[in-house]
Design a protein around this ligand. Structure first.
Ligand code: ARG
Length: 585
């Protein structure tokens, strides 16, 4: 169903046409949620912004508009307030009717986008043989959530893992592999290299301290790029080892991704240079090939170039991104391409996008977005570290959240004198721990840095995963307590909204589609978290003030419908965040 705000906007546009015989598309403040619920549910500030172009007082405009508006099926008669704000209060009968429709709709009012788009989301993207760090975790959680929302809207989403599996560091790694496992390069067997990160560190030490090794590493890069068999095999070994480790994390977090690493674009890089050259965009600067940019300068105010081929002939991160963009536009036919990385890469993407536009790689009809996020910090406000000062392994971070959740649960069980099976405890601790990590990340405005705190993310009160999971489980307990099967509720039963708390909850339930569309546009999942938090609070208020099981029909069924819809909305909303609900906790 179309969102309420969208319907009001349509009626408004119609009224503007009737009253002023003009089309005013895209005016600011046409209809917005009311700033203060005291004045109603929605408001329009349009009379104020039209005062100038129409050369009339805002109040006079508001009066003409209200006269021309046909919304008596949706709202009580609109009220004009102050200098010319128009306030709307939704009608009870309208809300009752909408809730009945919602009850029968498995998509809870969220329509599929028509026509659907082809969308690429480039996320997670860790680097081979290097640590998959909290920044990658953030990208993984955000990217997965955006993918889920866009998929639910019916778009065709390609979830791409742009793994860093190419580049000069492989020369060093392969050279080191030859040194320590000379046989590994010629035997077909997979090899367990143990901790790849410490392998990387050891290789780096050799590289930094030994000139001959450095030269060997350089030769390895050349051999690898020339396609030498044993180098290719060594490269494969390294990638597989990393891949296994990454997959472990994706499995725990339930993340689906298609790996298409940097190496995939390797054969296309020289073509990119040719294309840039043909467009006359290439300049040589100290042996390197670059494209000069508009709007980017160094500290001295001199124009900054984007380097696309280094003086030693090697290509780089930017060249690969240009090739990837071209491939995604031409082969994948994407019309929206989303990159989820830390804000530190904002310049990189702005530069790549600019060059791609100039070179004709990025056509007008394709939207590219850098979904940037801030840094994850420890509770001391510094970069997240272990107590001994090392970088935290993601696996340990996740395990720790689960352990925390388990301790919290056990304390709660013993204070309630509840006994539960070990299986139950494991299941709930795992579910709550992982949900808490995801939710903590998603509920922040992604642009800001965020402080990683187990205590905060696992708190039972506030905008946290446990709070949301509880609200859901609570509704399920109503159905258990009253021996009611929500699936058996009479679809023809009438919805009666007699109490204020019921009206407030209903309006909130009807906003899901609006919120999903906001996130689809702005790519800010925290909007959905805020919505679910509001919904849980409104449900709790309703549950406190309106008896459900103790009331009589038809009120009882009507209230059960509200309970059921709340549970379904929470379940769907959490699913879109990548979180599975628990029936009991
Ligand atoms: N591997 C990069 C990193 O770890 C992220 C890649 C993001 N995607 C891209 N197309 N550049 O920072």
């Amino acid at each position: 169903m179309i969102s309420i705000i969208e319907q009001l906007k349509q009626r408004f546009t119609q009224a503007l046409k009737i009253a002023f015989e003009q089309d005013f598309t895209e005016i600011e403040g046409l209809v917005v949620p009311a700033t203060n619920p005291k004045f109603g549910d929605y408001q329009s500030n349009v009379a104020l912004s039209l005062a100038k172009p129409l050369k009339q007082s805002p109040r006079a405009i508001a009066e003409q508009l209200v006269k021309a508006l046909e919304i008596s099926d949706l709202c009580e008669p609109p009220q004009i307030a102050g200098p010319g704000f128009i306030n709307f209060t939704l009608k009870r009968s309208y809300l009752e009717n909408q809730i009945s429709i919602l009850q029968k709709d498995p998509r809870l009012g969220v329509e599929k986008a028509a026509p659907p788009q082809k969308i690429v989301i480039d996320f997670s993207s860790p680097n081979i043989a290097k640590e998959m760090h909290v920044g990658h975790l953030r990208s993984t959680i955000l990217g997965d959530c955006l993918a889920r929302i866009l998929e639910f809207r019916g778009h065709e989403v390609l979830r791409l893992n742009h793994v860093g599996d190419w580049g000069t560091q492989f020369g060093m790694l392969i050279a080191y592999l030859r040194e320590v496992y000379p046989d590994a390069l010629t035997t077909a067997n997979a090899l367990d290299l143990g901790d790849l990160v410490s392998f990387y560190k050891k290789a780096k030490i050799r590289f930094d301290e030994d000139e001959t090794f450095k030269e060997e590493a350089r030769q390895e890069v050349v051999k690898l790029q020339a396609g030498a068999n044993d180098s290719g095999h060594a490269w494969q070994l390294l990638c597989e080892q990393s891949r296994r480790e990454f997959q472990g994390i994706y499995d725990i977090l339930d993340i689906k991704l298609v790996e298409r690493g940097e190496s995939f674009y390797n054969p296309m890089l020289s073509g990119i240079l040719t294309q840039l050259d043909e467009q006359g965009l290439l300049t040589e600067d100290q042996g390197a090939k670059c494209v000069f940019l508009e709007g980017f300068t160094n500290k001295e105010g001199e124009p900054l170039p984007l380097i696309v081929q280094k003086s030693d002939g090697g290509y780089n991160y930017a060249t690969t991104d240009l090739a990837a963009l071209k491939y995604r536009v031409e082969q994948d036919q994407a019309t929206r391409i989303i990159y989820v990385t830390d804000a530190g890469q904002a310049n990189h993407f702005a530069q790549v996008f600019q060059v791609a536009k100039k070179a004709g790689i990025l056509p007008e009809n394709v939207e590219v977005v850098h979904v940037a996020f801030g840094i994850v910090k420890g509770e001391d406000g510094k970069k997240l570290k272990t107590r001994s000062g090392e970088t935290i392994k993601l696996k340990d971070l996740i395990d720790e959240a689960i352990a925390h959740a388990r301790r919290d649960l056990e304390t709660r069980l013993s204070s309630d004198e509840r006994t539960e099976s070990q299986e139950f405890i494991n299941h709930v601790a795992q579910g709550v721990g992982i949900s808490a990590i995801k939710y903590a990340d998603l509920s922040q405005n992604r642009v800001s840095d965020y402080i990683f705190s187990y205590d905060k993310m696992l708190a039972l009160q506030g905008n946290t995963a446990p709070y949301m999971l509880y609200a859901y489980a609570r509704v399920q307990s109503i159905s258990r307590e009253g021996n009611i099967d929500f699936n058996q509720l009479d679809e023809g039963a009438s919805v009666l909204l007699t109490e204020e708390a019921e009206l407030v909850l209903s309006k909130c339930l009807l906003q899901l589609t609006e919120v999903i569309q906001d996130v689809e546009r702005d790519l800010l999942p925290n909007r959905l978290c805020e919505y679910l938090y509001e919904l849980s609070k409104k449900f709790n208020k309703f549950y406190e003030t309106c008896p459900v099981l103790k009331s009589e029909d038809p009120i009882k069924t009507s209230r059960l419908i509200l309970c059921d819809l709340t549970a379904k909305t929470l379940k769907l909303g959490l699913f879109l965040l990548g979180i599975s609900v628990l029936e009991r906790m």
